[in-house]
Design a protein around this ligand. Structure first.
Ligand SMILES: [Zn+2]
Length: 296
């Protein structure tokens, strides 16, 4: 079992035990193996003061398919649209493990969606893309392998290699280490796979603490603001999700930069941001989807 951490081994063992008990190797939709979900919800609820264990479990997450480099299950939740041509939104929180508010706010919006999902849009949520970074004693931006996941994607053509950029421009600061090669990490491979499988019209990624709204991609007009956050387009770094998704895959990326990593926005602002976001998706992403479908 070389290369597998104790935690990974434990989850694999539990999965195999439950699978063999049930007489199946893969749990079906009707009999989800909730053990891993409950374990990770327990850890998230214990770590974040703004997310309770019950709140996490109430989302009824999908059967975990992906694991972090330390073997932690990565939570996924899909809300299907009723129509094939509905906008598809891939929503990612917590790609940086020390940006607590990005995970907590994503859970608040997931909770709202869970209660009110109408089927007008198709949503796929990864509320915590970097569980290794968040769920350690002292949370870190990077994952277990000390890689900044938001520098570990395939760089766009005409951009420098992320490793060269890190050496020359990021002064080899550890928190921006992009890994020895693009997609070296299971977490970035997961997002890469999801983009190909899910084919989102837009990707929304939540960070902190710059207090702005960023947007990569000119196929959609970005919103002027989301609640208290105003649009300020900063450009992309090689290996970032924005650089990969827009310049390589042609999918616009909205980056929500909350004002504080460790302080939650007020409930009023959490609601305002969500309302503005859904309005924008309704107006803009819907027309984008219609354009895509009209292509020969
Ligand atoms: Zn971040």
């Amino acid at each position: 079992m070389a290369g597998l951490s104790d935690m990974r081994f434990f989850f694999l063992f539990m999965t195999l035990l439950i699978s063999s008990t049930c007489g199946v190797w893969a749990a079906s939709e009707s009999s989800p193996d909730i053990t891993n979900v409950q374990l990770i919800c327990g850890k998230i609820g214990s770590k974040l003061s703004s997310v309770t264990i019950a709140e996490c479990n109430d989302i009824l997450f999908n059967q975990p398919r992906f694991y972090s480099s330390d073997g932690l299950p990565i939570l996924e939740k899909h809300y299907a649209a009723t129509s094939e041509d509905a906008p598809r939104i891939l929503f990612i929180g917590g790609i940086h493990g020390d940006e607590y508010s990005s995970v907590s706010v994503t859970f608040k919006w997931l909770g709202m969606l869970h209660k009110h999902h109408s089927g007008i849009f198709d949503w796929h949520f990864i509320p915590l893309a970097n569980p290794d970074g968040l769920l350690q004693k002292r949370s870190s931006r990077v994952n277990k392998n000390k890689v900044d996941l938001n520098r570990n994607f395939i760089p766009a053509p005409n951009f420098p290699e992320p490793l060269a950029h890190w050496r020359e421009r990021a002064k080899k600061r550890a928190r921006y280490y992009p890994g020895h090669e693009p997609l070296s990490e299971p977490e970035t491979r997961m997002i890469h796979q999801l983009i190909d499988e899910y084919r989102p019209d837009v990707i929304i990624s939540v960070h902190a603490p710059h207090g702005i709204l960023d947007f990569d991609g000119n196929s959609l007009k970005p919103p002027r603001k989301l609640g208290p956050l105003y649009l300020r387009q900063l450009g992309t770094y090689p290996g970032s999700l924005g650089n990969y998704a827009w310049f390589v895959k042609g999918i616009p990326v909205m980056t929500i930069e909350l004002p504080h990593a460790g302080i939650m926005p007020t409930p009023h602002d959490v609601n305002r941001m969500w309302t503005d976001l859904v309005r924008w998706v309704d107006r803009k992403a819907k027309s984008q989807r219609a354009l895509v479908l009209k292509e020969p």
